[in-house]
Design a binder for this molecule. Structure first.
Ligand code: TYD
Length: 135
């Protein structure tokens, strides 16, 4: 079963010159096969997102602009990661509860995901998550 030690920060390779920075992710830089991309924007600063875990989904969260806090739980330990660099992605593996808050004004969170959308992959009740982790 996964734990918080499986959470990784993935450094996204950059090409930097006087015209700015180009960050690029190719399939070999991703620890999963990309199946879906979505993004959060126009998020009110007091909004709370997430509040669930996934049974088998891998996700890479990239703060394209601004910042937000990701609260992670594996059923035993808790960790908070402030995502604030567009060249650093947060890899969330399956079986990790996440809550996201403290969005800065104008922040954009890009999410790369290993599967297409499937509500059946979500665990949205924390007690059910704890049961899932104890199996
Ligand atoms: P959810 O994953 O709960 O959002 P967050 O974790 O950011 O708070 O999804 C919010 C709503 O959007 C929910 O009704 C499901 C829907 N949704 C899709 O239709 N497709 C998707 O790819 C995602 C991620 C969500």
């Amino acid at each position: 079963m996964t734990t918080l030690t499986d959470i990784k920060i993935i450094e996204i390779p950059r090409v930097h010159d006087q015209r700015g920075i180009l960050a690029v992710l190719e399939k070999d830089n991703l620890p999963f096969k990309l199946q879906r991309v979505y993004y959060l924007y126009d998020v009110p600063s007091d909004a709370y997102r997430g509040g669930h875990a996934h049974k088998s989904l891998y996700q890479l969260l990239i703060p394209l602009s601004g910042s937000f806090d990701v609260h992670l739980k594996d059923g035993k330990n808790t960790q908070v990661i402030n995502c604030n660099k567009p060249h650093k992605g947060l890899l969330i593996v399956p079986g990790i509860w996440r809550e996201i808050d403290n969005f800065s004004s104008g922040s954009v969170c890009l999410v790369l995901a290993s599967e297409t959308y499937d509500e059946g992959d979500y665990i949205r009740v924390y007690d059910e998550f704890l049961k899932f982790k104890s199996v």
